[in-house]
Design a protein around this ligand. Sequence first.
Ligand code: PGA
Length: 251
Amino acid sequence: MAKRILVANWKNHPSSPREVRDILSGLSRKAKIYKKHSFFIAPPLPYLETVSSRVKSLGYLASQDISLIEAGTHTGQVTPDILKGIGVKLSIIGHSELRALGETDKIVSDKVRMAFRSGIIPLVCVGERVRDTEGEHFSFLREQIKSSLEGVRRKEDITRLVIAYEPVWAIGKKAKEALDPSDLPQMTIFIKKVLTDMFGREMAEKIPLLYGGSVEESNAAALMETRSIRGFLVGHASIDPKRLNLIAEAL
Ligand code: PGA
């Protein structure tokens, strides 16, 4: 069976290097479980070094974004070669919190290509902002997936792609206010259909689908039991080692 994938998106937390070390120590207690999965930690940029030096016993380093600037002199930029050099294996791309700041599908698709060029796995986030009774979120999702992955054609790229379905309305809530696990399969079937139309069934089936949006220790098992996803992209619960350890166990 293919390994489960767990990505910890720490966003802008915690606020001190000391807390970073505490979180890593807490996760290390369950290192054996993390090693069974493909586990990635995406910390804020200033903590990349600290996480990089200690993540090996657990999994891999990830980044929360990737810059489109790769060459020249650019004050304030962290270029993909710096990420690669410090050990980043995967970049979260198109997170709704960056899309809310103006990141368009075109920028997302350019970043996906940049990740491939840099030898970094792109984890592309897609998801509707709202739901309506007419089912318009399906057409929104179809267009978002198509335009975010525009230009992805090569077989070797498609096989490195990872997609996270993150309904924006379900992010940052409590588990019971988020997506009902029984609603997940219809969304993942739809996403797989869109990917099949784009890349053909054989290639589409190789693309791992993750779920993100208020994954907590209380809903993780039920979400996995739907057998419709390969793992999770976890936000707020990922900075509490006890909670993330339970989520990793549920995987
Ligand atoms: P959440 O965040 O788990 O806090 O909902 C998920 C995400 O934004 O990736």
